[in-house]
Write a protein that binds this ligand. Sequence first.
Ligand code: FAD
Length: 493
Amino acid sequence: MDKNYDTVIIGGGISGMATALRRHKKGDKVLLIEKSDQLGGKLGVLKWGDYVWDKGPSLFTLPNLITELFTLYNKNPQDYFEYSEMEENCRYYFENLPPFTFFKDKEKRRTELEKIFSKKEIDQVEDYLANTEKIYNEIGELFIDEPKLGLKDMFKLKIVRQYPKLMSQQMLHSLNDYNQKQFQNPHLVQLFNRFGTYNGSNPYQMSGLYSMIPHLELNLGTFFPKGGMRAIIDSLEKLMREEGIEYALNIEKIKVSDKEKGVIVSVEDQIIEAKCVVSAIDHMTFYDNIYQDDRAKNKYKDQVKSTSAVVFYWAVNHKFDEFGLHNMLFSSDYQDEFEQIFDDRKIPKSPSIYIHNSSIVEPNQAPENGQNWFVMINTPAGIEPSANQINELREFVVSRVNELVGIDIKDHIIHEKTWTMKGIENDTGSLDGALYGAAFNTKTASFKRHGNQSKKNKNIYFTGGSVHPGGGIPLVLKSAKIVDQLIDKNGNH
Ligand SMILES: Cc1cc2nc3c(=O)[nH]c(=O)nc-3n(C[C@H](O)[C@H](O)[C@H](O)COP(=O)(O)OP(=O)(O)OC[C@H]3O[C@@H](n4cnc5c(N)ncnc54)[C@H](O)[C@@H]3O)c2cc1C
């Protein structure tokens, strides 16, 4: 470590790595510091014998946001990172309904949905998909490609032009209300309400504006990296090494303080002067442990957090054909499930279950006659389930898989690991184990989210899942892009 850097980035998750690559390309002398012994943050990996699980994200959308980091350096992305488009988006399981698959291809999708839904209902699905594309293209950019909108931005011409859309029914109603207007079939309402969970929020409270989320998955498609999700991190780390970007692992003590025209960073008691610092960790953890800004901390401390999770990683000693890569087993009372999570703040009793099975497309991630199940249940942030509750959830999943899918999995689970609220918080620094920072549970949540630049010290920037524009791989990569542009604009260098 030297004594001077242009940009010091704290946190080596995907957003910190993307920021490091972007700033290095601009000619910055960059240092990235990470508390754990590897880069990647939530994109960690678990192994047991011949079984391999991606620890966190499993749904991969907008792969161009990754590949553009390679083209930035005039590299062929395929020399580093390969992925393929998935034919199936997700398999859905409801009570009292045969299972069905949502396909990317319109004709295939229609043929499959015809087994379950009427022509009118399928037309409503297609109309919804057309509308989700429209709203994403028309106003999505304002909310996810640019720094957070403030009150003063409301008079800018390009925003004034969008007023009719901003005041549209999507924006003013909850996602659930909006979906109920689009569909009479309650299963379709529930299916499209689920997209609220993509940023860990409550579809019964968040703005209908987020009806634009399905556009990413259902219109633009889902993808899967060769070698699993962790391959994304390995490829970016390789590029960082080749480009000589400096990073330090296992750093436990970091403090940031103000300096005229810059920032002082103390790293394990070594003093570094930097032109700017980028926090690529949860902003509340940054204020708690690294940088004193009581005003900012108090402003954000009461914001409702997004969901946390209980994840079971199961080594299964049998190949089941029923499941695809992404599978969703819905609860019978979705509203009650969200009330338990956000209002009662309890581990839900009969929750929806997401099951991801990467060995279906990546056979090397499980032995020949086995599968690597990733089973995830949404839970409240800040609530650690007891051993008893984890046992109850496991039993619930086993019985629900039997009931909805007809698979008796119980005797086929030969090994289990779990990741729960406390582990997520300890391993990644996300306060209360929230997967996506603050929830978007109000109509104005986007405006109230933490932005990408400190008000106290203009040389401190924020990227990653807890800040604008939101969590999830695509959005945190967009936040890295926004920070890169803000640093340019503010002329720190
Ligand atoms: C179980 C789970 C499932 C998910 N599913 C999906 C999905 O399917 N699709 C999707 O797009 N997204 C998903 N997400 C969300 C996605 O993983 C995150 O939004 C994204 O990875 C966040 O990246 P990040 O760089 O902002 O933060 P992180 O990945 O959290 O990285 C933060 C890094 O900072 C380090 N750090 C923390 N504190 C300090 C400190 N004090 N000093 C130094 N370093 C520190 C951490 O060790 C970590 O490496 C999921 C997340 C989880 C946990």
